[in-house]
Design a protein around this ligand. Structure first.
Ligand SMILES: Nc1nc2c(ncn2[C@@H]2O[C@H](COP(=O)(O)OP(=O)(O)OP(=O)(O)O)[C@@H](O)[C@H]2O)c(=O)[nH]1
Ligand SMILES: [Mg+2]
Length: 480
């Protein structure tokens, strides 16, 4: 693997760096992460047991005080890492100090004095990549692990962190390289000496014409199908990683806030008998069958203008939020006369679910077709509603199903970068197959195969350039 190609910028300069690995707030502990050659030597003069720190074995913990000019700053535990057995592959330490803002800041200040530079966003993971500890798909999954919101989201990220996508991409690339190698062999012979599909051809397709024959054609088709399935699964993967916005909307008093409280499992929104209770929208993240959903309760929308200007502003905000929604949960009061235009006086193309609320009341008739009966008060119909929300969101993220596709293996691209490179690998491969069909010579097909293999190499980082890497890692948080 060639990790020397990117120029060494500030990111990869190997100098000792430090950063908070935990948020700076009042807490029991805070962790400051340090990495780089000579890190232990640099920190030792500011530690109560300098010799102990300098000679500590890798994966051991040293207890002592961070001090400066005779003043004790904080009592800490230092986890020591020796090159190359660390996250970054460099010598390093994790300093566990007290979580108070002053204590953690005090230790950080001393580290700067000692000569540590503040780590750039994602610099630890960047170094891990440069030192061959991780490929790019795994490096990116580190960030996904941090931002995962539900168990399902975490599982996808963990699968990539454990190398499932890396293995898959490498295997697809190996197949392309194999086809390419065979193609090159054919190219090295002149046509009258060696005819693909001729007597010497191990594929045993003797007698067929050389035009249109592409060695490993079936394999190339297999790779193309797999790339298509992987790329198509990206939308669904993003749904589980980033989540979706579901907006509760409907007439005043329909029970939107009651439903919101029921779905989030706590009494957050004000519920009252009088219509026009909710003015500003409230939102909360919930998990709906593993999908992170940003659920918003909005002000009720009634037809025509209300004399109350605050209510009108609230209605404007509801409409604006609905326009952004991945799913609009249209709630109606089942005990009232239902008139579609009056109940849902809002337009838009966004997918909708229709909810027939207050089903617990005897005065509530059976819902019209297409409505889900629920009671925000008793909770009846809520599991079915959650199922319907999950199904509707899944539908918005649906891709074509392919046998052996990601829905079976669970492997999917986790970032836009990975998805785009999969498409960039698929396009020349499809073109190569098309040219072969038309009987075009192998010497114009081979470069397309190479282009495809290179795009796959970029996914794992086998082929990479400095600017792309820096751009990627700068999206990480500091301390990762
Ligand atoms: N019996 C019964 N009452 C409900 C149900 N859902 C809401 N309510 C009652 O309906 C009234 C209005 O409920 P809210 O949740 O405040 O309605 P809303 O749609 O948020 O109203 P606005 O914020 O004014 O637009 C309250 O008195 C609720 O207790 C339900 O499922 N069953
Ligand atoms: Mg309300």
């Amino acid at each position: 693997m060639n990790r020397d190609s990117p120029e060494k910028g500030a990111y990869g300069d190997g100098s000792p760096v430090a950063a908070f690995a935990t948020p700076l707030s009042e807490s029991a502990l805070a962790v400051i992460r340090c990495s780089g050659g000579g890190a232990l030597e640099l920190a030792a003069p500011f530690f109560s047991r300098p010799e102990k720190l300098k000679t500590a074995a890798g994966h051991s913990i040293v207890h002592g005080w961070i001090r400066h000019e005779g003043e004790k700053i904080d009592e800490v535990l230092i986890s020591v890492y020796r090159q190359p057995k660390s996250y970054t592959g460099e010598e390093g330490m994790d300093i566990s100090c007290h979580g108070g803002i002053a204590a953690a800041r005090g230790v950080m200040k001393i580290l700067r004095k000692a000569g540590f530079r503040d780590a750039l966003p994602g610099e630890f993971t960047f170094r891990a990549f440069m030192n061959g500890r991780l490929d790019l798909t795994r490096a990116e999954s580190v960030m996904e692990m941090v931002s995962a919101k539900t168990g399902a989201g975490l599982r996808g990220a963990a699968l990539r962190l454990s190398g499932a996508l890396e293995t898959e991409i490498r295997s697809l690339r190996d197949k392309l390289v194999e086809i390419l190698a065979e193609t090159e062999i054919y190219l090295d012979y002149s046509e009258d000496e060696f005819v693909p599909g001729g007597a010497e051809d191990p594929s045993g397709t003797a007698g067929e014409e050389s035009g249109g024959r592409m060695p490993g054609r079936a394999l190339a088709e297999e790779v193309l199908a797999r790339l298509g399935a992987l790329s198509a699964s990206f939308k669904r993967e993003r749904l589980y990683q980033d989540g979706a916005l579901a907006v509760i909307a409907g007439k005043p008093n329909a029970g939107k806030s009651s439903l919101f409280n029921r779905l989030i499992g706590e009494d957050r929104a004000i519920v009252a008998e009088s219509p026009g209770t909710t003015r500003d929208f409230i939102e909360a993240w919930i998990s709906v069958e593993g999908i992170p959903v940003r659920l918003a309760d909005t002000a009720g929308i009634r037809d025509g203008l209300s004399p109350d200007s605050v209510e009108n502003t609230g209605m404007d905000r509801s409409r604006a939020l609905m326009a952004e929604a991945d799913l609009v949960l249209c709630v109606t009061d089942g005990t009232e006369k239902y008139e579609h235009e009056k109940d849902f006086p809002f337009k838009g193309e966004n997918p909708r679910l229709f909810i027939w609320n207050k089903a617990d009341l005897p005065s509530c008739p059976a819902p019209p077709r297409g409505f889900l009966p629920v009671s925000a008060v008793t909770g009846s119909g809520i599991p079915e509603l959650c199922g319907a929300i999950a199904a509707a969101l899944e539908k918005t993220a649906e891709g074509p199903h392919a046998p052996g596709g990601p829905e079976e293996t669970g492997v999917a691209p986790g970032t836009q970068r990975q998805k785009e490179l999969m498409d960039q690998a698929a396009a020349p491969l499809a073109e190569a197959l098309e040219l072969a069909d038309r009987g075009e010579p192998l010497d114009i097909i081979a470069p397309l195969l190479r282009e495809s293999a290179n795009a796959l190499g970029e996914i794992t980082g086998e082929v990479s350039s400095a600017d792309i890497l820096e751009k990627m890692f700068s999206k990480f948080c500091v301390g990762k």
